[in-house]
Design a protein around this ligand. Sequence first.
Ligand code: ADP
Length: 163
Amino acid sequence: MKKVIYPGMFDPVTYGHIDIVKRARELFDEVVITVAKNPAKTCLFSIEERIEMIKESITGLDRVYVDAYNGLVVDHAKAIGAVGIIRGLRAISDFDYEFQMALMNRKLAENITTIFLMPHEKYTYLNSTIVRNLAEFGGDVKCFVPEFVAKKLKEKFPDEHKK
Ligand code: ADP
């Protein structure tokens, strides 16, 4: 049984993330979406909210689970018996950072392999920051996030805050 983790902030989860999860699910028996607690980074959504949104977004996808972690990703991967770390690669701009992280993680735990997956082209320009900014200024986010997430964004940025 091969299990992988897919770590990230998921603030909030987008269709780009879900695309990667679906691809990973084709390759591995179990995919655990691991949400970073990382208190150093300020997120729009709390850890509980981010987990709730992911759970809603993966309804009907069996063999996909959600958890949270604090600390080193490789330690968490080892603790839950994962063989690898899934990361999404959108564009060359992702590469430097991801390459560094992957090599550092391999140094820390050589049995944990980082696997890069590319989303559908239509998601290559999509990230959580763009979605948050769009929502803040009243833009339509429904092409980018599941309905439940769009609703949550609307609650964070009620109409009177539209600029
Ligand atoms: P992080 O801050 O760790 O990058 P994110 O939630 O932004 O956390 O992303 C988690 C992972 O998902 C990263 O590997 C990132 O490259 C990937 N990812 C984010 N958005 C997309 C997207 N639109 N398509 C494919 N992969 C994505």
